[in-house]
Structures are given as structure tokens and as C-alpha cells.
Design a protein around this ligand. Structure first.
Ligand code: TYD
Length: 202
């Protein structure tokens, strides 16, 4: 029997990750795969409370990084690991790569500190596959502008997202066996074709 997979979705705000995730999950369910969909920051009652604070409260960049990983500690222990152990696939809307991109690339928290937190929180657990929705920042910004209420991250300036995107791409280049980069500026049909290829390869 196939081992349960841990799959994460990443990308800058406005890349179309959530729409892609819905489509991908529906395609897996159609194949009869037992799966759980979750998100970060969040995924547990405490994690969701931390999410409220993280998305709305200004704070030091390292406080932000530590709270992201604190929420993740709960998520890994209470949700992700138990699901994988009982054979349920886990699809997470963001995971640690978002901390490397946003807190690392975006806010400038040193990589070595993030690596220590990662090692501490889930040293023995990594996603089997990460779908990175990559898109030019100007296009992502245009998509976001149509949205009414923006959170703390979404209100950041364009240069912040340029750094976030670069950090994601650098990580994808460093870990090519885990990453699938989706060309997210393409039409919905084309993005779905890219996702269908990935589903077929699983
Ligand atoms: P997001 O997936 O964009 O939620 P929504 O689609 O509901 O807006 O995630 C919320 C924000 O949290 C996003 O701007 C990225 C940020 N984030 C970090 O900065 N670091 C992290 O480790 C995680 C998981 C998210």
C-alpha cells in the first residue's frame, strides 16, 4: 500500500494557491484518497488563536518567526503526525517554507536561526512534496488589490514580496526533489493542467 503523503502549498499572497489547492484536493478525493486539509498558521485551536495575532498584530520579526514555529509545533504533534500515522494524506496550505520565505526573505531573520527552529520543531518530518505557486509580483499584487480586507502581510510593499518570492525560488532550487514549481500567472486551465500532471505522477 502507498504510504500517506504530506503535501504542502506555498507561494506569495495573490498567487492563486487557494484555488489551486481546492482543485488539487478534489482531484485526489476523486481517486479515493483519504486526506485531511489543514493550514498554517493555524490547524489547531491554539494555532488558530496564534494566527489571529500573527496576521493582525505588529511585532518583532523574530517574535513572529518563533510564534509561527510555536503554532507549527502544535500542528505537527496534534494533527499532521497522527494523520500520517493512520494512513491519511495531509495537504497543508503553507508550512515551514513560508517561514523561510516571509520571515527569512521578507523580514530578514537569519537563515541559521530559522534552521534551528525547524530542526527543533520538526527535525524528522519534511513534506514529501511542495507545490510552489510562482508568479511575478506585479500580477500577484493586481489580484490582491481586488480583495477588500487585507491582513498585515498582504499590506506589505511590493519589495517585501519580491524578497519573499526570491526566497521561495532559492529554496526550490536547493530542494528540487521536493519542490514542484507551478507557473501561476498562466490561465486557470493551464494551471489545472500543471496540477493534473502532478496528481498523475503521485
Ligand atoms: P495565507 O495562506 O495567505 O492565508 P489567506 O489565504 O487566508 O490570506 O497565510 C497567511 C499569511 O501568513 C501569509 O501572508 C503568509 C504568512 N505566513 C508567514 O509569514 N510565515 C509562516 O510561517 C506562515 C505559515 C505564513
Amino acid at each position: 500500500m502507498n504510504k500517506a503523503r504530506f503535501i504542502t502549498f506555498e507561494g506569495v499572497d495573490g498567487a492563486g494557491k487557494s484555488t489551486g489547492l481546492e482543485w488539487f484536493v478534489a482531484a485526489l478525493r476523486q481517486r479515493g484518497i483519504d486526506l485531511l486539509v489543514t493550514r498554517e498558521p493555524g490547524g489547531t485551536p491554539l494555532g488558530e488563536q496564534l494566527r489571529e495575532i500573527l496576521l493582525h498584530q505588529p511585532m518583532h520579526a523574530e517574535t513572529e518567526a518563533m510564534l509561527m514555529f510555536a503554532a507549527r509545533r502544535e500542528h505537527v504533534e496534534q494533527v499532521i503526525r497522527p494523520a500520517l500515522q493512520r494512513g491519511t494524506w495531509v495537504i497543508s496550505d503553507r508550512f515551514s517554507d513560508a517561514s523561510f520565505a516571509y520571515q527569512g526573505g521578507g523580514r530578514g531573520v537569519p537563515l541559521s536561526k530559522l534552521e534551528q527552529l525547524e530542526q527543533w520543531v520538526h527535525g524528522d518530518l519534511q513534506p514529501d512534496l511542495t507545490l510552489l505557486f510562482d508568479i511575478p509580483i506585479e500580477v500577484a499584487r493586481q489580484r490582491l488589490d481586488n480583495n477588500a480586507s487585507l491582513d498585515k502581510f498582504e499590506r506589505e510593499q511590493g519589495e517585501f514580496f519580491v524578497r519573499v518570492r526570491q526566497a521561495y525560488l532559492a529554496r526550490a532550487a536547493k530542494l528540487p526533489q521536493r519542490y514542484a514549481v507551478i507557473r501561476a500567472e498562466k490561465s486557470l486551465d493551464e494551471v489545472q493542467r500543471q496540477l493534473a500532471d502532478i496528481v498523475a505522477s503521485l
